[in-house]
Design a protein around this ligand. Sequence first.
Ligand code: UDX
Length: 475
Amino acid sequence: MENLRPQPPHVIFLPFPAQGHVKPLLKLAELLSHASFHVTFINSEYIHHRLLPSIDIDAFHSRFPNFRFLSIPDGLPPHQPRALEDLLPSIGSATVAALRQLLVSDNLSRATTCIIADGIMPSSAVTAGEEFGIPVLAFRTFSACCTWTNFHLSKLIEEGEVPFQDKDMDKLVTCIPGLENILRRRDLPSICRVENVGDPILEFFIKEGRAMLRASALILNTFDELEAPMLSKLASFFSKIYTIGPLHALSNVRINGDRSPLASTTGILWKEDQGCITWLDSRPSESVVFVSFGSIVKFTHDQMLEFWHGLVNSGKPFLWVIRPDSIMGGDGSSGQLLMDLQERTKGKGLIVSWAPQEQVLAHRAVGGFLTHGGWNSIMESTQAGVPMICWPAISDQQVNSRFVSEVWRVGLDMKDTCERSIVEKMVRDLMEAKRVEIMKVMGVVAKQAEESVKEGGSSYRNLDTLIQDISSMTT
Ligand code: UDX
């Protein structure tokens, strides 16, 4: 007799190939798999070959039986480093070609309920989705405030704001509704710091922003209580917005709450140094500054030294993540500098190449976070109640750091400067002089974050709605 039981929904995930993108999309994929969806998670080959060895695949599949990983080319030769300026121009056409092929040859198109595509490059998924009649939801891994700002890139050009006409970086930018009194030129996404409007990366973001408007819904790793004004602005572009952040905490509540084995996806592309947790165990509460600049930012030797001296001069112990690829310069000099810093840090702090960041931020010994202001880091720090100093380098980080200091008031903004005296002062301010004031606000915001992911909280409910809405696409 024919089996008439309805098939569970099948969702294809298409993340942009970088740690800060793969991680949140994987968390959501796990959550949907946990809700009995079938999931096909498509990484670039480059990411796939780094990610899979870090996962205990048998344990993963016993936890998520209907979850499979596939890989497709990203358009670059295998051994070329994945610099953003090389990747962005190549990835769109490579992805759409590979996705079309998969949808046809793997017979995936008939079985697919929807595609959840990374909002940084939704055009490939939207193009393929429109061809095959598959709905596409865009998961933007940025904040709502930066997502809203990015939707105004063309307007910034039309109004003559970008490229900047003079060097006054403190001039307020007044043509983005809702942000008239908040963003200065220096707070715009770094892609606005261009010489001319034909800049390929700026064009990439404008084109992909337009494609995002063709998606049937927007998913954001944020929570309503934090970004309500920006979310209501975005609602004029999207009929459906699912805010499901802080996603790492929602995932911990919903997947681990049933006492199932932990999902094995925290340290995605680098091996975590668990020794730093033991080091933290022996420190007093809220005494340590955690320093981590995410997965992409790179530093000159001078910048490394300014940070190091500033941290040491502040007198606060620090735990600093320095990725092996994060110091610029070949000829072995970066390795030498790293070894020197490690040696000179003994007794003052600890340098590791990659940390279990969520665990570190949740550790009682950590009192402050010197961060680049990547959105995952801000969500993780906010949920852990750890105040921040933001030193934004690229992309959305300029907008995020402005909101951290001026709108949410849960930290300080150290934008566009890298001097030891300023690093020292900011660390002292965060850990001493301004601590009471900042912690008062942080306490409220952290509580809101915690409530949002609890059963009945805004993000918890929004995930349920997302699950129901995707399920209803199959009927
Ligand atoms: C960048 C952007 O700036 C970010 O806003 C965007 O959403 C994604 O691309 P990235 O530089 O990787 O991301 O920063 P961030 O978003 O903060 O993500 C870094 C992730 O790596 C975090 O989830 C963090 O927990 C993790 N991490 C970082 C570790 O697990 N260990 C570390 O030692 C450092």
